[in-house]
Design a protein around this ligand. Structure first.
Ligand SMILES: [Zn+2]
Length: 218
């Protein structure tokens, strides 16, 4: 069951442009995988936190589960499913990528790895878009989980929840990781999924639906 589709960002000025949509998909029943509403699973990403897999989408067959997908195929449409994790689109001349930037993936370097894959395919500038994800005020985090991310990206990833508890500032971590990879042209839609009534949030709701970010090369 599709709840809503709304364009969030359009980078139409780029030679290889991305059109990003936030497509909120509610599960048919509580705790039913959202793709049960489709004839087959969507050709997108459902991140595997412990792995760092980048799939090259060459237009042949469905994508496997992976942390990121990159394509230099004209007309390619990539997607990433999230419900608090950061959906990140990378756009460069002739190349697009979609990245599932959850905290484990960010800690493992998924963004840097995806930028490197884009740069292997083009020498042009790389831009990024960060879609709706959970923000620090809603993302209490343990020091044990936060420390490795801070060691990698710096103390700026630490934040504070609305209740004063230690938090991961996931958008900040995404920005720092991208900057470390040389990507500073970042559009951030600046929406917290847990605060937004228009988005699903695993941290807020437990079992929930997923948003899809679509990245279309054109
Ligand atoms: Zn929030």
């Amino acid at each position: 069951m599709q709840r809503s589709i709304s364009p969030t960002t359009s980078l139409s000025s780029l030679a290889c442009a991305a059109v990003l949509l936030t497509c909120c998909i509610a599960p048919a029943q509580p705790c039913t995988p959202v793709w049960s509403a489709f004839p087959s699973p969507p050709d997108g990403l459902n991140g595997i936190p412990e792995a760092l897999l980048i799939h090259e989408d060459d237009g042949g067959g469905p994508a496997p589960q992976a942390d990121a997908s990159v394509s230099a195929e004209p007309g390619a449409v990539l997607s990433v499913l999230t419900a608090d994790c950061g959906p990140v689109a990378l756009v460069a001349p002739g190349v697009v990528a979609a990245v599932h930037a959850g905290w484990r993936g960010v800690a493992a370097g998924v963004l840097e790895a995806a930028v490197a894959e884009v740069r292997r395919r083009t020498s042009g500038p790389v831009r990024a878009v960060l879609g709706p994800c959970i923000h620090a005020e809603c993302y209490e985090f343990s020091a044990a989980d936060l420390d490795p991310i801070a060691e990698r990206l710096g103390p700026g990833v630490a934040g504070t929840t609305a209740g004063g508890q230690l938090a991961l500032d996931l958008p900040r971590a995404v920005h720092l990781a991208l900057a470390g990879a040389g990507v500073t042209d970042v559009t951030d839609v600046d929406v917290c999924t847990a605060c937004s009534g228009d988005h699903f949030s695993h941290r807020r709701d437990g079992c929930t639906g997923l948003q899809t970010m679509l990245v279309a090369a054109r």
